[in-house]
Design a protein around this ligand. Structure first.
Ligand code: KIV
Length: 262
């Protein structure tokens, strides 16, 4: 078994055994710091579009953007499962999904992640059959933000909850090694987790409802102060420290224009 498959199997085996942590990274130093901190999964998410590239949402992210950031992050990650996100319209067909997954894998990803439940099962199966581990993503799907007119919490009705349980079963049956559960009610997240044979990784889906947790690194360390999701408690103030350091440096390096003489 190759190293990427071994890492993916290690994550799958955490179900009902151990809490799983997933943190995003988009570059070499962050990937290396997270890996050295012992994070289980490093995700080069298409959230790169917002927190690094300045786009309003993830629909502007391309496969070339992802390849660039996966290559950089992969240089810093040794132990964690490195997952590369598949951007919108790079997995519209089964053939395109396998082709895009191969490019991310060749860039250094151990696995790829694609949004959608039962509807994506055939693509997940084809990617896994091509020897590339896959991670599912169900619930609130950020790539649907324009289609749905905003970010809408899922699982509010029993019909929606049942559909989410079917989604997780389909994704697991297709061969995914784990699944991100984003923006669902805590009750739905628990139902999904109980019915899932693979680790569920929650984000914005309530506390202690999933087998593991996901956080965007910029939210966790306070590096993107213009928007912080309500469900994240920042553990540092990187933006504040950076601004203070730059201001202190500007003050210390101030030179009176008339004071330099030959
Ligand atoms: O792009 C991303 O960072 C993600 C996480 C929110 C799961 O998909």
């Amino acid at each position: 078994m190759n190293q990427s498959l071994e890492k993916a199997e290690r994550i799958r085996a955490c179900k009902n055994r151990r809490h799983v942590t997933l943190v995003t990274a988009y570059d070499y130093p962050t990937g290396r710091l997270l890996d050295e901190a012992g994070v289980d999964i490093v995700l080069v998410g298409d959230s790169v579009g917002m927190v690094l590239l300045g786009f309003p949402d993830t629909t502007h992210v391309t496969l070339d953007h992802m390849i660039h950031h996966v290559e950089a992050t992969a240089r810093g990650v040794k132990n964690a499962l490195l997952v590369g996100d598949m951007p919108i319209h790079t997995y519209d067909t089964v053939e395109q999904a396998v082709q895009s997954a191969r490019r991310l894998f060749q860039a250094g990803a151990d696995a790829v992640k694609l949004e959608g439940g039962a509807a994506q099962a055939e693509k997940i199966r084809a990617i896994v059959d091509a020897g590339i581990p896959a991670v599912g993503h169900i619930g609130l799907l950020p790539q649907k933000v324009l289609e749905e007119g905003g970010y809408k919490i899922k699982g509010k009705s029993s019909a929606e909850e049942e559909a989410l349980v079917k989604d997780v079963e389909a994704v697991a049956e297709a061969g995914a090694c784990a699944v991100v559960v984003e923006g669902v009610t805590p009750h739905a997240a628990r139902q999904i987790t109980v019915h899932s044979p693979i680790p569920t990784l929650g984000i914005g889906s309530g506390a202690h409802t999933c087998d593991g947790d996901v956080v965007v690194i910029h939210d966790l360390v306070g590096a993107f102060p213009w928007f912080v999701p309500a469900f994240v408690k920042p553990r540092a103030d990187v933006a504040g420290s950076m601004t203070a350091a730059v201001r202190e440096w500007m003050k210390d390096s101030y030179t009176d224009p008339g004071s330099i003489s030959s």
